[in-house]
Design a protein around this ligand. Structure first.
Ligand code: NI
Length: 176
């Protein structure tokens, strides 16, 4: 498995709308493994394919508590088919917007339809942190970031900060 570089704000790749996965095959399963390894290495609890530069409707997550065994999950072509009216507020962060956290309000429960790594259709009724994480990652597949839910003032501040950081960052160099 390979750890992939994570795309960071303000890279326009993050605003792309990802395309449905057409075939669940060994290449895709290998890519899912790479995504999980990248997520654990970061470390994070969720990662969408576009965050490693692949515009595919696919995400991985692991919302297990720190002392519980690992619980890697892969969602292919996930789709929210129902949302609760009740809302929930969670503090969110994003591997593409490092070291920035903010509270976001979202539906407390969602029902998500998706394909598993065998290409079989599955349905999950999610609440708590799983519901938040699934909505955050599915947003990535549509080019939406959690900072889009903040006030324009706050969002502009974050984007400005990351634009400046990107300018100050030395260009990536290939060392042979
Ligand atoms: Ni994110």
């Amino acid at each position: 498995m390979t750890i992939r570089p994570i795309v960071i704000l303000p890279d326009p790749v993050l605003r792309q709308v990802s395309k449905p996965v057409e075939r669940v095959d060994d290449d895709l399963r290998k890519f899912a493994g790479d995504m999980l390894e990248t997520m654990y290495d970061a470390p994070g609890i969720g990662l969408a394919a576009i965050q490693v530069g692949e515009p595919l409707r696919m995400l991985v997550l692991d919302v297990a508590e720190k002392d519980d065994p690992k619980n890697p999950q892969v969602f292919i072509n996930p789709e929210i088919v129902a949302r609760s009216e009740a809302l929930n507020v969670h503090e969110e962060g994003c591997l593409s917007i490092p070291d920035y956290y903010a509270e976001v309000e979202r539906p407390a429960e969602v029902t998500v339809k998706y394909l598993d790594l065998d290409g079989k259709e599955q349905v999950v009724e999610a609440d708590g942190i799983l519901a938040t994480c699934l909505q955050h990652e599915i947003d990535h597949l549509n080019g939406v970031l959690f900072i889009d839910y903040l006030s324009k003032l706050k969002r502009d501040m974050v984007v400005r900060k990351f634009k400046k950081l990107a300018k100050d960052r030395p260009p990536a160099r290939m060392v042979g």
